[in-house]
Design a protein around this ligand. Structure first.
Ligand SMILES: [Zn+2]
Length: 389
């Protein structure tokens, strides 16, 4: 074999050196792809984004994923056209989208429309609880994405994901309500405070969150009916019960007390409602209310000789009869008033005699019903006047 001329060697070395220098120069210009420690990155609104190789262990195998990481405080904007997205040029590389969340700081609150649409290799997404809204088509047409975990407090547009993507909704507690379950209860009564401890559960997922001990349960100060007197209407009457503790807090029916109303409470009469403490309360109280008959009115009044005849409007349902009151005094002052009973509700006309000649009389009427020996009166009618002959 013929030896190479030394000049040939020199040429090769020089050409290699030039090529090497050119490569270094070019990589410096292109920056973004030069070294592993450099990142493809940029800004979007108030947020920062970069592409990162992330190591993860899946099924005991170490795996490297190309992740698009977005961080900062604000919203990932809506895009009408996916080509406007700053990461559109590297869409094929993205295997994972990670929305960063820094504890104790304001984070990303929205994933805008079409932000991650058409990412052919996207298979994993990390969405923290700071994200309150995921807009339309945000992850539409990402064929490798089949599963996503979403916080229960996040509003997800119906078309944010492809329909076959499984959305695993988990709770973040933070935005959920609290359910207090009393424990170790010493019941409050009508005289004495009670006490208990509470176990606190998340209203979203039902998980135990916290507990508080030795909480006072103020005793019951007042129990009364919103309204005690009613007029017969033909309908069942169920008065509202109000129960307050000594701190004037209104207690809740069915969770703090239970009610039992007496039967038949649509007819004229007296009825009861029994109030029984429940859960944290122990007491019993009976309240009563009255249903009175409907009233009547004077339809005609005519003067006679030392007499007048009064006709009342017939009121035959839930009445026994009528009562007429008359007086020479406008206010029916004590001692001046006389009363007269019409014992049948079929009799609507009554002549009252033995009156003082030429005097003016004030007249009013009501109905009554006798139930179990007790008389229930309606309200009085309007007063009419008559001057007897
Ligand atoms: Zn929860």
């Amino acid at each position: 074999m013929k030896k190479k001329h030394w000049k040939q060697h020199v040429t090769t070395v020089i050409l290699s050196a030039i090529l090497f220098l050119v490569l270094i120069f070019m990589s410096g210009k292109l920056g973004m792809v030069a070294y592993a420690s450099d990142k493809i990155s940029g800004e979007v609104g108030t947020l920062k984004w970069y592409l990162e190789e992330q190591k993860d262990v899946v099924d005991e195998k170490e795996q490297v994923e190309t992740a698009l990481v977005i961080s900062g405080k604000g919203e990932i904007p809506d895009y009408k056209n996916p080509e406007d997205r700053p990461w559109n040029g590297i869409a094929d590389q993205i295997e994972k989208v990670e929305i960063k969340s820094v504890k104790g700081k304001d984070n990303i609150t929205k994933i805008g429309a079409r932000a991650f649409e058409n990412l052919p290799n996207l298979s994993r997404v990390w969405i923290p609880s700071s994200v309150r809204i995921i807009e339309k088509y945000a992850f539409k047409n990402c064929p490798k994405l089949d599963f996503v975990t979403i916080m229960s407090s996040t509003g997800v547009d119906e078309e944010a994901f492809d329909p076959d993507v499984i959305q695993d909704v988990i709770c973040d507690h933070m935005y959920m309500g609290r359910v207090y379950v009393a424990d170790d209860i010493v019941m409050a009564t009508l005289k004495k405070d009670g006490k208990c401890s509470y176990e606190i559960y998340c209203s979203g997922c039902g998980d135990y969150v916290d507990s508080v001990g030795d909480q006072k349960i103020p005793f019951i100060k007042s129990i009364y009916l919103q309204k005690k007197n009613y007029v017969y209407t033909g309908k069942k009457i169920t008065p509202e019960v109000i129960v307050k503790d000594r701190k004037r807090k209104v207690l809740e029916k069915d969770s703090d007390y239970k009610l039992k109303y007496s039967a038949g409470r649509q007819y004229v009469g007296t009825y009861t409602v029994k109030v029984n403490g429940y859960n944290k309360y122990r007491f019993t109280k009976k309240l009563s209310f009255i249903i009175k008959p409907q009233g009547t009115k004077i339809v005609k009044i005519s003067a006679g000789k030392k007499a007048f005849t009064v006709k009342v409007q017939k009121q035959s349902i839930q009445t026994t009869g009528y009562e007429i009151a008359y007086s020479t005094n406008k206010n029916f002052a004590k001692g001046t008033e006389k009363k007269l009973v019409i014992p049948s509700n079929k009799t609507t006309k009554k002549k009252i005699t033995g009156l003082k000649k030429g005097r003016k009389y004030y007249v009013k009427a009501c109905t009554y019903k006798t139930v179990k020996g007790k008389k229930y009166h309606s309200r009085w009618s309007e007063v009419k006047t008559v001057r007897v002959k």
